[in-house]
Design a protein around this ligand. Structure first.
Ligand code: C2E
Ligand code: CA
Ligand code: CA
Length: 427
């Protein structure tokens, strides 16, 4: 058995109260990170509790080695840790701490010859000049963690200890979202998917865009999180499916033509999903074989029973399933046997560094080999330069997407881009 750090909330609160008191006396800045290993349940499920325990122990040890201060690291829940950072020279320095913690903790561990990696989300609060008490600081960090888990990143306010305002902004955003859905303010952009064997571009991935009037674009991950929270995930998906099929119909009739859509976890097991998609295919006259649905590994695992049933139904209809962001979640091999997928997309974090980091290159090679063994096509995402493209072609990767070819574009621009596409470079 591994020696798992015990959960000690009261010690943590005492320590945070002590640090807050000192910050108040000295007028110094105090930081707090809440670190959540969001995939611990999956690790336990796929690799056993011993492996899960090992991940917890290693997380704790790594946090201790980052902090180097006594009374600063506590396990606060099954898969949650707290990291107290006293005497921050500048509140914004906490951004560096978040970066370091995520980088260190997300390094994969080898356990009994499988690779296990923790999916880490970090919530943050800064107590500027000791102005908050420990409980409100904890509440701010919890709020920040909830926002991050929902797909939003850290915002500058988080680092500067002004989360109270951002809470309001978030509420406003939710209201604007509901209105935007009603007013049809969303758009789909299309990113070409290049066939590395034929050099042909027949298909594209549709990516959601919300460009609210008079304010900054909102990232699709945040939009999807807002839809989930507002109970509007089904409505948003319906809009995406119809809008994508309507726009992609012309190129879905061409050779190698197709359209790929993203589907979030909350929709995978929705019993109405197969009918929604079937109706949309009929309405827009697109053959099921032309449609690919991209789902992340963790979304598939989240709700196994009903999720699998739905996926099987989609497959029986002739739709292709693609495992998105592959490598970032639970890459247990046994899982290919169960998932009726046709395609695997290597997460762009591996592709981006494959020429610099030999370990990433090795992982990309392994993913391509395994996928082919299971008769899956492989797509590399996030190809940004010619050298990476060449390496992927040599490794026998089937498709590629990325800024090297094109950013996601509105439909007309996408079609114009395809018209002028000169074909792949010589190897
Ligand atoms: P994803 O499915 O992994 O989509 C790929 C993301 O990588 C896109 O970000 C795309 O713009 C970006 N990307 C493409 N090529 C490159 C590259 O060469 N370098 C870099 N750095 N990035 C590249 P985007 O559009 O912001 O979408 C983010 C995520 O939001 C998507 O990740 C997907 O999970 C989600 N999403 C987007 N549209 C939808 C949607 O309609 N429904 C659902 N459920 N999720 C969506
Ligand atoms: Ca995708
Ligand atoms: Ca992806």
């Amino acid at each position: 058995m591994q020696d798992v750090p015990p959960i000690c909330r009261s010690e943590f609160l005492r320590s945070l109260a002590g640090a807050s008191g000192r910050a108040q006396e000295e007028g110094s800045h105090l930081g707090l990170l809440l670190i959540d290993i969001t995939n611990l349940a999956q690790i336990n499920h796929y690799h056993g509790y011993q492996t899960g325990d090992l991940v917890l122990k290693s997380t704790y040890d790594q946090l201790l080695s980052i902090s180097k201060l006594p009374d600063s690291i506590y396990r606060m829940g099954d898969h949650r840790f707290a990291f107290i950072l006293p005497e921050l020279g500048n509140p914004a320095f906490i951004a560096l701490a978040i970066n370091k913690v995520s980088r260190v903790l997300e390094q994969a561990l080898y356990v009994d010859s499988h690779l296990v990696s923790a999916d880490v989300k970090v919530g943050v609060a800064v107590n500027r000049e000791g102005k908050h008490d420990e409980l409100s600081m904890l509440a701010l960090a919890e709020l920040s963690l909830a926002l991050v888990k929902r797909g939003g990143g850290h915002r500058m306010q988080d680092f500067l200890g002004e989360q109270k305002d951002s809470d309001v902004t978030d509420h406003q955003l939710e209201q604007r979202f509901a209105q935007a859905l009603q007013d049809n303010e969303f758009e789909l952009y299309f990113q070409p998917k290049v066939n590395l064997r034929s050099g042909h571009v027949g298909s594209a991935e549709a990516l959601l865009r919300w460009l609210p009037e008079n304010s900054d674009p909102v990232s699709p991950e945040v939009v999807v999180g807002l839809a989930d929270d507002a109970g509007k995930a089904y409505e948003l998906t319906k809009w995406v499916v119809h809008s994508a099929l309507r726009q992609a119909k012309p190129w879905c009739q061409g050779p190698d033509g197709g359209i790929a859509l993203n589907l979030q976890a909350s929709l995978v097991s929705n019993p109405d999903l197969p009918v929604l998609i079937k109706d949309a295919l009929v309405i827009w006259g697109v053959e099921a074989e032309r449609l690919t649905i991209e789902i992340t590994e963790s979304a598939i695992i989240e709700d196994k029973e009903s999720g699998f049933n739905n996926l099987l139904k989609l497959k029986e209809m002739g739709i292709n399933l693609s495992i998105d962001d592959f490598g970032t979640g639970y890459s247990s091999l046994s899982y290919f046997k169960h998932i009726p997928a046709a395609e695997l997309k290597i997460d762009r974090s591996f592709v981006a560094k494959m020429l610099e980091d030999p370990q990433d290159l090795e992982l990309v090679k392994i993913m391509i080999t395994i996928a082919h063994q299971f008769s899956l096509k492989v797509v590399a995402e996030g190809v940004e330069d010619l050298e990476t493209l060449r390496a992927l072609m040599i490794l026998d990767c089937d498709y590629a997407q990325g800024y090297y070819f094109s950013r996601p574009l509105p439909r007309q621009e996408f079609e114009a881009w395809v018209e002028q596409w000169p074909g792949l470079p010589e190897l």
